[in-house]
Design a protein around this ligand. Structure first.
Ligand code: HEC
Length: 107
């Protein structure tokens, strides 16, 4: 069961990075230079829109009610989403899982 701890650490690290990015706020509007901003494709695969992700990724097996009626903290959602992936067979990338967990625990 030690590998679980390791995985959790990686997930937490990811969440922290995401939280930092989200915390920096209005993603593309505050970079100063104004005007032509290239797509912020930093290659980190950050997916910002948790609501849209939940809509598209979490409704294939059950409806949104199932998600909406649950209240969990970040760790709770991480555990739930991990279960959706590992046990129930959901296809969601680690980046998306982090974004979804963040979104659901903060809504
Ligand atoms: C591949 C199918 C599948 C996908 C995709 C899926 N789920 Fe589930 N989900 C299930 C099944 C099956 C159950 C009932 C068994 C269980 O709880 O593991 C369930 C139950 C739940 C529950 C109720 C149980 C609990 O722990 O509160 C929640 C909440 C939930 N899913 C959230 C999500 C979220 C959020 C997503 C998207 C990230 C998602 N699910 C995507 C199959 C799926």
């Amino acid at each position: 069961m030690r590998s679980g701890t390791r995985t959790a650490a990686v997930v937490v690290a990811f969440i922290l990075v995401l939280a930092a990015l989200v915390g920096c706020g209005s993603s593309s509007t505050d970079t100063g230079t104004g005007g032509t901003e290239a797509v912020p494709g930093t290659g980190t695969g950050v997916v910002g829109d948790g609501a849209a992700l939940v809509d598209s990724k979490c409704t294939t097996c059950h409806n949104l009610e199932r998600v909406d009626s649950a209240t969990k903290d970040l760790a709770g959602w991480q555990a739930t989403i991990t279960r959706m992936v590992q046990q129930n067979g959901a296809v969601i990338t680690p980046e998306e899982q982090s974004a979804i967990a963040l979104y659901l625990s903060n809504r």
